[in-house]
Design a binder for this molecule. Structure first.
Ligand SMILES: [Zn+2]
Length: 90
């Protein structure tokens, strides 16, 4: 996704601002791998293959997202359909 679109996005649940971590960009500077985190509810919204996953909880596939987050070195909460990160103590 284009970086210019980043500031237009907000949390779909509470409309709060999002923090962005970028893990990978292509030659055009577009974000291919990244993670938005809501500053209010702390939900995460990954950017996978350039597409931000910003659907409401009930339409998300946690089992598909979790391995990708782990690949990025993040710790998704083990609770079902809970899109929060665990504190990483390592
Ligand atoms: Zn939120």
């Amino acid at each position: 996704m284009k970086k210019s679109l980043v500031h237009k996005l907000c949390c779909p649940i509470d409309k709060s601002e999002l923090d962005l971590q970028i893990f990978k960009q292509d030659e055009q500077g577009e974000i291919t791998d990244g993670l938005f985190t809501c500053t209010h509810c702390k939900r995460y919204y990954p950017i996978i293959y350039g597409l931000p996953i910003m659907t409401p909880d009930e339409y998300r596939e946690k089992s598909l997202e979790a391995p990708i987050l782990q690949h990025w070195g993040l710790n998704p909460s083990p609770a079902e359909q809970t899109f929060l990160l665990e504190k990483n103590n390592s």
